[in-house]
Write a protein that binds this ligand. Structure first.
Ligand code: FES
Ligand SMILES: [Fe+2]
Length: 363
């Protein structure tokens, strides 16, 4: 059997070639093959909890609109007017009808055209045939995911077992509500950020407050979850006196769902997520979102948010910018990954998995 720590020629497995991080044409292909064919976290159901609520977002160059219809359904559409292509809705809010800013065509929240000025005399005009272009959407334990591939498998088929795992880490997960988010443009290719997120070989060196304050680094591990495109991060809670909030209760677990979402369960019941949305070959916007029982941010949650933002989050921002610059260097040669067959925190085996998935997507 082939040793997974060596490549086909018996040499150490190397990091990815620079083109995966900085080639414009390959980036466009990755957007099409990865971002437009997989489930992506769009928002939380509590952000569109009432009939008439809508929420908008962009996945690279595709504007998306999510609605809560009068019948209580969540729907998702390309956010583009079916007249001459203006963006239909902006931001978020609550409306009976969404009115296009260009010529005032208006649509209900099921995507049907309801009114258009001065069309009564237009021969053959049939408003009942005009509808926004729908896309796949699922409410997964309160997290609203979209997929631009109409033929995609369901969330449960794509990430089998994850529903039960998340529920076991947080029994009332479906009652959680959106509480707060912040975002940042990372100044690197999206995959630099994803690699950085999915290894903790750098944690002891770069994230002293995370490694000491929340988790016990000696127990940290990141492993593929079964045969799925999920990386499961686990760790025991920190029992050190450095823990800066009450980390009792369940241990740390997070689920990175290929390609660009991670839902994290901190010790002490703090549920939070990461989402990455590419902006350009060398830029990605990361969204850091926190959830609570009532949508509020209490003192402890505020402390977690602030501490995370000022330490781990900021520390990673600084790293990934430097790495992108380094990959663009004429002197960059991908080095061997640190593949430790025994697992543990000082290990880049999850990176090897990510490479496998990325290469397969654009093969
Ligand atoms: S493009 Fe929307 S009404 Fe004309
Ligand atoms: Fe990090």
């Amino acid at each position: 059997m082939m040793n997974p720590e060596l490549d086909a020629a018996g040499a150490p497995v190397l990091g990815l070639e620079a083109k995966y991080f900085n080639d414009e044409a390959l980036f466009r292909r990755i957007v099409d093959q990865v971002f437009f064919k997989n489930w992506l976290l769009a928002c939380h159901a509590s952000q569109i909890s009432r009939p008439g609520d809508y929420h908008t977002l962009a996945i690279y160059d595709q504007d998306i609109l999510i609605t809560h219809t009068r019948d209580g359904e969540i729907k998702a559409f390309y956010n583009v007017c079916q007249h001459r292509g203006h963006k239909l809705a902006a931001g978020s809010g609550n409306r009976k009808l969404l009115v296009c800013p260009y010529h005032s065509w208006s649509y209900d929240l099921t995507g049907k055209l309801k009114a258009a000025p001065h069309v009564s005399k237009v021969p053959g005009f049939d408003a009942t045939k005009i509808c926004l272009t729908e896309i796949r959407v699922e409410n997964f334990l309160g997290f609203v995911f979209i997929n631009l591939d109409p033929d995609c498998a369901s969330m449960d088929e794509t990430y089998p077992g994850i529903r039960a795992e998340m529920t076991s880490l947080c029994a009332d997960i479906e009652q959680r509500q959106y509480a707060y988010h912040h975002s940042a443009d990372e100044g690197c290719n999206w995959f630099v950020a994803i690699e950085n997120y999915n290894e903790c070989y750098h944690c002891g060196n770069c994230h002293p407050s995370f490694a000491r304050g929340i988790i016990d680094p000696s127990t940290y591990s990141i492993e593929p979850y079964g045969n799925t495109q999920v990386l499961h991060h686990t760790s025991e809670s920190s029992h050190s006196e450095d823990a800066w909030y009450d980390t009792s209760g369940a241990d740390y677990g997070s689920f990175y769902l290929w390609p660009a979402t991670s839902i994290q369960f901190y010790p002490g019941g703090v549920v939070n997520s990461f989402t990455w949305r590419p902006l350009a070959v060398d830029d990605v916007r990361v969204f850091r979102t926190f959830y609570s029982n009532d949508g509020g941010v209490d003192e402890t949650l505020q402390k977690v948010i602030d501490n995370d933002r000022e330490t781990t989050f900021q520390e990673d921002l600084d790293i990934v910018k430097q790495v992108q610059r380094g990959i663009n260097s004429r002197g960059y040669r991908p080095g061997p990954l640190v593949l430790n067959p025994e697992g543990g925190i000082n290990n880049e085996r999850p990176i090897q998995k990510l490479h496998e998935w990325l290469r397969a997507a654009v093969a």
